[in-house]
Design a protein around this ligand. Sequence first.
Ligand code: AP5
Length: 217
Amino acid sequence: MRIVLVGPPGAGKGTQAAYLAQNLGIPHISTGDLFRANISQGTALGKQAKSYMDAGNLVPDEVTIGMAKDRMEQPDAEGGFLLDGFPRNLKQAEALDENLKAAGLKLDAVLDLEVPEDEVVKRIAGRRICRNDSSHVFHVAYKKPAQEGVCDVCGGELYQRDDDREETVRKRLEVYHTETEPIIDYYKAQDLVVTIPALGAVEEVTQRAMAALGRGE
Ligand code: AP5
């Protein structure tokens, strides 16, 4: 399956993507995680991306579209993928459609995670991620690690993302409304969108998403 996960910052895209990708046997591709891995490795791409991310803005399309395309063309993504955080504006959505069409492929579904803004703010404020791998995500109240400040998966140090500061979060939400929300209508016109109410326990949200994909129990 080829799936896009969309929703505001802190909606739980990364959290859900990890479970859904595992259940569906497809790779979880997060452009945010790819950028953060480049930043921690000190690559030129990471240096370029960091200033945009710290300001809460989108990294330019010229950088992002090529990076996402390269990742989707890796052998593990031949049978499908779950995209998290890409596409994030109409230009990226059109580029994705063109790339898929050129390969004779298409998307199966776009899952829109719906969460009220006050909940999103609470989720972001308490989020802690792992220094070794930013896809290892915890929360000080909702998903506590067994040992405070230590990643359950790999023992890495947990920390708060630089772009999770209050003023940056406000900017990210604004960018989501102006740049990313229009892709929901773009995909509605292709009859691909399923809205998933994303309040409630992580497992409940995963079950709703699996059911929406026709893979419920
Ligand atoms: P990115 O990393 O994609 O961030 P985002 O879209 O803002 O989303 P988040 O990672 O903040 O949240 P999430 O929805 O994954 O929530 P999570 O599962 O962590 O992008 C960061 C930046 O990179 C962008 O601002 C931009 O600069 C750049 N970028 C990335 N992609 C780009 C692109 N395509 N084009 C241009 N620029 C791009 O959950 C949040 C917290 O809530 C966690 O602590 C979690 O434990 C908790 N939680 C999750 N689910 C639940 C639940 N059901 N109940 C209670 N708590 C929960």
